[in-house]
Ligand binder design. Structure first.
Ligand SMILES: Nc1nc2c(ncn2[C@@H]2O[C@H](COP(=O)(O)OP(=O)(O)OP(=O)(O)O)[C@@H](O)[C@H]2O)c(=O)[nH]1
Ligand SMILES: [Mg+2]
Length: 202
């Protein structure tokens, strides 16, 4: 049994003032709209309907909080970069995203999810660079990895790692698929470290 299957929906907050006390450890999932954040959270927690997913980009407009235990939370952040949203709404939710990242003390790790077919767009780079500068640990995940066969996938991962090195230094880059489960073990291992869960010796 994984710690992550314990996740329970806690709250949806329009901005950080509506979140609970800024204590404990939060790990946030961020990325462009439609990158697969909510799907990845469902895969990680083994709960198909935990985070709402959608074919329509811009589904997650609130900061959604899932509790693992009293001190540990998973955060599904609003997606960025989706053009077809009324500007007023977009401004509001991008502000809540920025505020969360800049002001929330309990964030201890950031997972940046990017579609493996077009990783490291400008906004992704900005976010990762910001996190690196803020000394916030980052895991860059290339999602929907099932879209590529193994050879192409490895190649794309190699290129993405080189791209990451070139523009923002040493961030971990890995592949992930919420359909096939590729990369799930590695994701859990990274999160275990951030949350301070001990790994069983095997
Ligand atoms: N093939 C494939 N499709 C995926 C995968 N993960 C997500 N998708 C699809 O991509 C679309 C968007 O997934 P979501 O998880 O809702 O994306 P999101 O990043 O939460 O999107 P917003 O909430 O709009 O920011 C849905 O149609 C998913 O079924 C994956 O690993 N493989
Ligand atoms: Mg979502």
């Amino acid at each position: 049994m994984s710690h992550y299957s314990q996740a329970k929906f806690s709250i949806s907050a329009p901005d950080i003032t509506h979140l609970g006390p800024d204590e404990g450890i939060e790990v946030a999932f961020a990325g462009r709209s439609n990158a697969g954040k909510s799907s990845a959270l469902n895969k990680l927690t083994r709960q198909k309907g935990l985070a709402r997913t959608s074919k329509t980009p811009g589904r997650t407009q609130l900061i959604n909080v899932f509790e693992l235990d009293e001190n540990r939370r998973l955060i599904d952040l609003p997606g960025y970069g989706y053009a077809k949203v009324p500007i007023a709404i977009k401004k509001k939710w991008q502000r809540s995203l920025g505020e969360y990242l800049q002001k929330r003390e309990s964030i201890k790790g950031l997972v940046v999810l990017m579609d493996i077919r077009h990783p490291f767009k400008d906004l992704d780079q900005d976010l990762i660079n910001w996190a690196v500068a803020a000394e916030l640990p980052v895991l860059a995940l290339l999602t929907k990895a099932d879209k590529f066969k193994s050879g192409k996938r490895k190649n794309q991962l190699m290129m993405a790692r080189e791209a990451a090195l070139a523009f923002c230094g040493d961030v971990t880059v890995d592949v992930f698929s919420s359909l096939s489960g590729i990369g799930l073990e590695n994701l859990q291992e990274k999160l275990d470290g951030w949350y301070g869960y001990e790994r069983k010796a095997t």
